[in-house]
Write a protein that binds this ligand. Structure first.
Ligand code: ADP
Ligand code: MG
Ligand code: MG
Length: 903
């Protein structure tokens, strides 16, 4: 994260006030890969390709600093920028021997956005700029191909109209379709030069009607406005959403690349395409790409036409194909990582237009990392640094059970792996709304467009009728780990009617489908999914992480099933087992309530006696799954009223029964209400819970301790090795722990004596989750065999923010307004809570050298928090089972210098 820039004060972070001699435009030949921050990824990449001798079109780059300066000044360009652009344009014209938009030898350029961090398709680009009637005549004469000239012109009007003039793209598509219908043709390629000339006129009419003015014909005018529009596209809604999803700062700005056009739309010796040096879905070392003959780049990446697979290029243009493969090899060797490349073939000549580190699925990230190490290209630390830990939980998405696959509805391209089940939605807003409300939805679109990003983010998966594997949306879906089937050509989608049809089958918004992005098949209904398997790549790469990390990684697990899963994913024990979750199950809650409501000690004991074997059985499962590894069981924590009905609801029930209930029902409801009232607290988070509750009602702790020890004995009896840790929550005073420990130890030893066992070790420790506990850790450590920092409560009590009340309201507002930079519940607050952890560890260790310390809040699965905790010297983190791999990798990265690389 860079420093926050607000208005003029940002002048130090970004050179909005120009230093003498500083400038805003760089020639292509002046750039290189190291200049990303200034030239954007695209500009730096193209410059680097030219530097190493690959064929790229000539051009120049307006820096990100220029965009930032303009943003800071309400869109006004910094002084001198336009003159600089004109100077560089003149140089480009001289070098190419062409003049922008001239009647003879016209120069046409693309005006391309390019951010520092790649944001595929989220900002704008205009192709064929400089076009006008005059330039079209020139281009037609020069190429002796009027059709090509008019095709180029109509593309220009369309893109310029959309990007610069803000005309809805659909208006152009509709006219194009109407013309094809009139001519009785299906493909664009079947339109003649005269047709296209007519289309240009129609398109210009569309612009005029929509904006009230003519498309500018002065090429300089076009250029100035296009650069400005590209600056502006930094703040387009989809770009903002993408940045938010990917935590990209809003103040970086985009560079603008002005490059000579090369033409893929010159007939069958020309083409445009996108390819990856390896398969970005699986990571396999194979050529992966697509192309379209007689087309321009936008046709592939926008997903409007479904392109052909790269290997087919061999039979069409064999020489260029070989050259392209060589180039891919060179680029991968040069960057030592999988690359994503855009190319265009202009009448048999190959040009590279873009290179970037290929976005990949988590599975591909692991495979590529492993292969590159095996191939001797990179070392293990480099491989580990490159994998984004947050991405790993993609691997834990369920997949389709092949045994259960039924007759598919249809199929398309397997654009992003994994399986998704959800009800159909036909537009991104609905997907965002229903998906955001927790419903599983599959977003179905005719084509994938970057504007759908908020819908994709909220959907389980994506299905499209058009578009290829390298379309922007497929790239984005892979980056987000959303299963995606693209280009399912048989689909007939009626957005207005909200239906989807294949042959005679018609599905509506009420229907559910299953999308398998691994195979490209789509099934009606909800098919069963299976949990993901731990692959070889996963085990290998995470094994490297295990070799490097210092922090231990445990899991928070409340059931045997969770514990099994956690162990499979590499957990080295259970750091938090929440016993009260065991009380919540529907068959147990009535017993728990009887225990709470009991009037006599006998009644209470009877309920506890009923609960004991149930808890014991739960613990047995967990100890079994974790044999040989420590399991920290937390004694009851929440206030008792959490097990009872809500006060308001119970009052309403009583009112209702007063009107129409039987006397018995009313009596029972009233008694319960009295108990709820008695137990209700103004501030339950700070009320009768944790160790306070256990000291008030020792019999609960006694029952739980018995259940734990009996479970351990039973499991040991089966030849396994349970490692018992009993954890006391919410201790603030050393005396609380001293007393509770006495109860636990007396009970546990009593159980062991009764069983005649002398060699079963158990440890009694405490949670550190109150500031007072951290500060008095020295005294508390006298009674604790271990510490576990409960960073959720510790954050609530340190910052004085109730999480449940804050996250939906003022904390969200604070984040939005920049009062706080990060949500302290998502990422550990280093200056406050982090300090208390440091103090707690230090003071605890001073009293008891060797004291084991862990962290069992959700922070234990957050990479940034893990880096901090590594520094603070705790021994382990504990997180939910599915975060365990994330934590293993993040803990390794914390030990490697340098931030995680961009994947
Ligand atoms: P995006 O970031 O949306 O991919 P690009 O700036 O890469 O936008 O451009 C969109 C498409 O136009 C790409 O396929 C690109 O290869 C193509 N393109 C860009 N500049 C040129 C050019 N000078 N000549 C030919 N095609 C170009
Ligand atoms: Mg591009
Ligand atoms: Mg707690």
């Amino acid at each position: 994260m860079t420093t926050h820039t607000n208005s003029r004060a940002g002048a130090t972070a970004h050179p909005s006030v120009r230093a003498p001699g500083a400038r805003y435009v760089y020639d292509l030949s002046e750039g290189n890969a190291g200049m990303r921050a200034l030239l954007g990824g695209k500009g730096a990449g193209v410059a680097e390709m030219q530097r190493i001798g690959l064929p790229v079109p000539d051009g120049f780059t307006v820096t990100t600093a220029a965009c930032v300066a303009a943003m800071e000044d309400d869109g006004a360009w910094p002084g001198g920028l336009w003159d600089e652009i004109l100077t560089h344009l003149a140089t480009l014209e001289r070098r190419t021997g062409r003049t922008l938009g001239a009647a003879e030898r016209p120069l046409l350029v693309s005006v391309r956005s390019g951010a520092v961090v790649s944001m595929p398709g989220m900002m704008d680009t205009v192709l064929n700029l400089g076009m006008s009637d005059r330039a079209a005549q020139g281009l037609a004469a020069e190429s002796d191909d009027p059709r090509f000239a008019w095709d180029t012109y109509r593309r220009f009007v369309q893109m310029y109209g959309e990007v610069v003039e803000g005309v809805p793209g659909q208006a152009f598509e509709d006219e194009l379709t109407a013309l094809k219908d009139r001519r009785g043709v299906r493909r664009d390629a079947e339109l003649t030069a005269d047709d296209l000339r007519e289309l240009v006129k129609t398109f210009r009419g569309v612009v005029r009607r929509s904006t009230g003015h003519d498309l500018p014909t002065d090429p300089h005018d076009q250029l100035r406005r296009a650069v400005d529009a590209v600056f502006g596209s930094w703040n387009s809604p989809r770009a903002r959403v993408y940045r938010e999803l990917n935590e990209i700062p809003d103040d970086l700005g985009t560079a603008v690349n002005v490059m000579q056009m090369v033409f893929g739309n010159k007939g069958d010796t020309s083409a445009t395409g996108v390819c990856f040096t390896r398969n970005p879905a699986t990571g396999a070392r194979e050529r992966y790409g697509e192309f379209l003959l007689d087309a321009q780049g936008e046709d592939v990446v926008a997903g409007t036409r479904t392109p052909r697979r790269l290997p087919e290029l061999e039979s069409v243009l064999p020489g260029v194909y070989t050259q392209l493969l060589d180039t891919l090899d060179r680029l991968e060797q040069h960057y030592q990582d999988m690359q994503d490349v855009e190319f265009t073939i202009d009448d048999g000549t190959l040009y590279l237009l873009q290179v970037r580190t290929g976005k990949r699925t988590a599975a591909a990230a692991l495979r590529v990392a492993r292969d590159l190490v095996a191939e001797g290209v990179i070392d293990r630390p480099t491989a580990l640094r490159r994998i984004d830990p947050a991405q790993l939980d993609q691997l834990l998405h369920p997949t389709l059970d092949p045994a259960q696959a039924t007759t598919p509805l249809t199929h398309g391209l397997n654009a992003s792996p994994g399986a998704a089940v959800g009800t159909l939605v036909f537009d991104a807003d609905t997907a965002a709304e229903r998906g955001g409300a927790g419903e599983d939805v599959v977003l179905v679109r005719w084509e994938t467009t970057p504007d759908d990003i908020h819908g994709v983010a909220a959907a389980q998966g994506v299905l499209t009728a058009h578009g290829g594997m390298t379309s922007h949306a497929a790239v984005v879906a892979r980056g987000m780990g959303k299963p995606c089937v693209a280009g399912a050509g048989e689909l007939r989608i009626d957005v207005a009617a909200r239906t989807l049809a294949v042959g005679d089958t018609v599905l509506t918004e009420a229907d559910t489908i299953t999308v398998d992005g691994t195979t490209g098949y789509v099934y009606p209904g909800a098919l069963p999914l299976v949990p993901p398997q731990v692959t070889d790549d996963f085990a290998t790469v995470l094994g490297w992480a295990d070799d490097v990390r210092r922090l231990g990684v445990r899991a928070n697990a409340d059931t045997g099933e969770d514990a099994v899963r956690a162990r499979e994913l590499g957990a080295e024990g259970v750091g938090l087992c929440r016993t009260e979750h065991m009380f919540m199950a529907t068959d147990r809650l009535p017993v728990v309530q009887r225990m709470i409501l009991a009037d006599t000690t006998e009644d209470r004991q009877a309920a506890l006696d009923e609960l004991l074997p149930v808890q014991q059985a739960d613990f047995e499962e967990i100890f079994t799954a974790m044999t040989g590894l420590p399991v920290a069981v937390r004694l009851i924590d929440p206030p008792l009223h959490e097990f009872l009905p809500d006060l308001v609801e119970q009052s309403l029930l009583v009112q209702r029964l007063e009107a129409d209930g039987t006397p018995g029902e009313l009596e029972r409801a009233r008694t319960l209400l009295a108990h709820v009232r008695r137990l209700s607290e103004a501030n339950p988070m700070l009320g009768t819970r944790g160790v306070r509750l256990s000291l008030l009602h020792p019999e609960i702790g006694v029952m739980q301790t018995r259940a734990i020890v009996r479970a351990a004995l039973a499991v040991r009896g089966r030849g396994l090795d349970p490692r018992v840790e009993i954890m006391v929550p919410l201790v603030g005073y050393a005396e609380e722990l001293r007393r509770m420990r006495e109860i636990v130890v007396a009970t546990a030893d009593g159980e062991l004596d009764a069983a005649g066992v002398t060699d079963l070790d158990y440890r009694v420790g405490t949670m550190i989750e109150l500031p007072r506990a951290a500060l008095t850790a020295g005294e508390i450590a006298e009674h604790a065999d271990f510490f576990s920092f409960g960073t959720n409560d510790l954050t609530q009590t340190t910052v004085g923010i109730s999480r449940d009340d804050a996250e939906g309201s003022f904390l969200a507002a604070y984040l939005e307004a920049g009062v706080v930079r990060t949500n302290p519940f998502a990422s550990l607050d280093a200056d406050g809570v982090g300090e208390l952890v440091r103090i707690g560890v230090e003071r605890g260790l001073r009293t008891r050298p060797g004291l084991e310390t862990g962290v069992c809040g959700e922070h234990g699965g957050d990479p940034a928090s893990i880096a901090l905790l590594d520094e603070l010297g705790v021994d382990y983190v504990s997180c939910s089972p599915y975060r365990v791999p994330v934590a293993r990798l993040a803990a390794a990265q914390a030990r490697l210098d340098g931030a995680p690389g961009e994947a």
